[in-house]
Design a protein around this ligand. Structure first.
Ligand code: ADP
Ligand code: MN
Length: 249
């Protein structure tokens, strides 16, 4: 799991429309050249006006908090190649390696955008996707005043509330399968945000269609993870096989 404490060591400086002309020396080292270009395009198109802070730095992606002048908040998810070094340059100087990894991160971003749209269309709570540009997805910010909603693991809920969440979770899993024709594939207490009493599903870049040969295996693992988490938190859970059958039947 990505290390949340690594955030403090991130040398991130805000980027905004106001300081754009000084960009050359104001821009953070942590963002690579292509990502800067994307961020400037998003600023120029007034998708948002300020990129304020890095709220998460993981292996697969970094997430930034952005705002419009009117206060509207956004999450900007920047996918990154695992073989990237921290300066954002590829270690290998061979052209094909570089373009391959660019393609992969772009595919992750495309999947995230597409799958979030499918979830939204099915009425499943998730961040509303807003703009996709190369390996960057702009989406609705789940949280308030720059503080992201806690993930289910950190939400500190009573057993009663956990039980409610478990029921909500089972229904989400079924709708995901039956209405979106998707299996999340990484459904854990880290990828569910708890906001204003409800669960919000995130991190759908590696979710798969039902015709994927691995879909049922992934669903089985999702069932195991979800059951395990709620059981650990004092909820009486149904058997894994019941949960699995409830989702697929
Ligand atoms: P990864 O693929 O690196 O695991 P996630 O999509 O799971 O990325 O996001 C990592 C973290 O970033 C989340 O746990 C949450 O804290 C924050 N985050 C992601 N998307 C949003 C969002 N739309 N609103 C608020 N916070 C978000
Ligand atoms: Mn995640």
């Amino acid at each position: 799991k990505p290390n949340r404490s690594s955030l403090s060591s991130t040398t991130f400086q805000p980027i905004s429309n106001r300081n754009q002309k000084f960009a050359a020396h104001l821009l953070p080292q942590a963002i690579d050249q292509t990502t800067r270009m994307v961020v400037f395009k998003l600023l120029n198109h007034a998708i948002f006006d300020d990129l304020n802070a890095c709220i998460f730095a993981g292996k697969q992606a970094s997430v930034y908090h952005a705002t419009k002048h009117d206060g509207q908040e956004f999450a900007v998810k920047v996918f990154k190649d695992r073989d990237h070094n921290t300066q954002g340059h590829y270690r290998s100087r061979r052209g094909n390696f570089k373009s391959n990894s660019r393609k992969i991160v772009k595919t992750w971003a495309e999947n995230e955008m597409k799958n979030l749209m499918r979830l939204k269309a099915a009425g499943i709570r998730c961040p509303t996707p807003i703009v996709l540009r190369l390996h960057v997805v702009v989406m609705e910010f789940i949280g308030k005043s720059g503080s992201p909603a806690p993930c289910l693991k950190d939400a500190n809920l009573s057993v009663d509330k956990m039980r409610e969440c478990y029921i909500q979770m089972i229904i989400v899993m079924r709708n995901l399968y039956q209405k979106c024709k998707l299996v999340h594939g990484d459904l854990s207490e880290y990828n569910i945000l708890y906001h204003e009493g409800d669960l919000h599903i995130t991190d759908v870049s590696r979710s798969v269609d039902l015709d994927d040969p691995l879909s049922l295996d992934l669903l089985y693992w999702d069932c195991i993870h979800v059951s395990g988490f709620f059981k650990k938190n004092g909820v009486e859970v149904i058997a894994i096989s019941y949960l699995f059958n409830f989702v697929v039947d």
